[in-house]
Write a protein that binds this ligand. Structure first.
Ligand code: G1P
Length: 195
């Protein structure tokens, strides 16, 4: 494996978006599949969730994020997006994205109705296909010296600007996604992963 592994060290804590931007040279203008280390996916089909996400990207040709439904109590932990479903409720054309919103804000602005008329909330969940425009937006933000998330350069702000300028999609892979980056979620993953 060794010859195939490239790594880069983020020397200062400047945020998730900054860490992604450090891989710009590696990406070299190509679309990149970004997988976060604190999420685990299990596919329900013969194809891995990552393969499904890449195929969905090929269909849409735009920046695309993997999404999962989350209960309202958990919206505060994730980037939450709002948009319009396709016929199969598999691909969503995103029209808004907010990083870790309060639940009352999410209730007012970020609920997405499904075919049964139920209001649901969707989080970006650890897998992204990033196009070169995302790197361009991150670079603009970093060069401006004005971080979008407190003292940190986030990814969500850059994604939302790309969404506005070029369009963006959310995709629900056929499978189950588990968060292992939060203590409660990690516990739930331990209990539910093999079920
Ligand atoms: C990051 C993002 C968030 C996203 C999550 C999972 O959060 O900032 O928008 O929902 O990854 O993809 P973190 O896990 O760093 O708190």
């Amino acid at each position: 494996m060794r010859p195939h592994i490239t790594y880069i060290h983020q020397k200062e804590r400047k945020g998730f978006g900054h860490a992604v931007w450090l891989t710009k040279k590696f990406a070299d203008g190509e679309p990149v599949l970004l997988l976060l280390g604190d999420f685990v996916y299990r596919s329900n089909t013969a194809e891995s969730c990552s393969k499904q996400i890449i195929d969905a990207y090929k269909e849409c040709g735009r920046t695309l994020v993997s999404i999962m439904e989350v209960p309202i109590e958990r919206v505060v932990h994730y980037g939450i997006l709002h948009g319009v479903w396709d016929e199969d409720e598999e691909i969503m054309k995103v029209d808004k994205m907010v990083e870790k919103p309060m639940d009352d804000y999410a209730k007012e602005y970020l609920g997405v109705k499904n075919k049964r008329g139920e209001r649901k909330y969707y989080a970006t969940f650890g897998q992204y296909v990033l196009t070169r425009e995302v790197y361009d937006e991150l670079e603009k933000e970093i060069n401006s010296g004005k971080p979008s998330e407190g003292k940190e350069f986030g990814l969500t702000g850059a994604l939302d600007r790309v969404r506005e300028n070029c369009g963006m999609y959310g995709f629900v892979p056929k499978g189950k996604a588990f968060d292992i980056g939060l203590p409660d979620a990690y516990r739930e993953t331990m209990i539910n992963y093999c079920k």
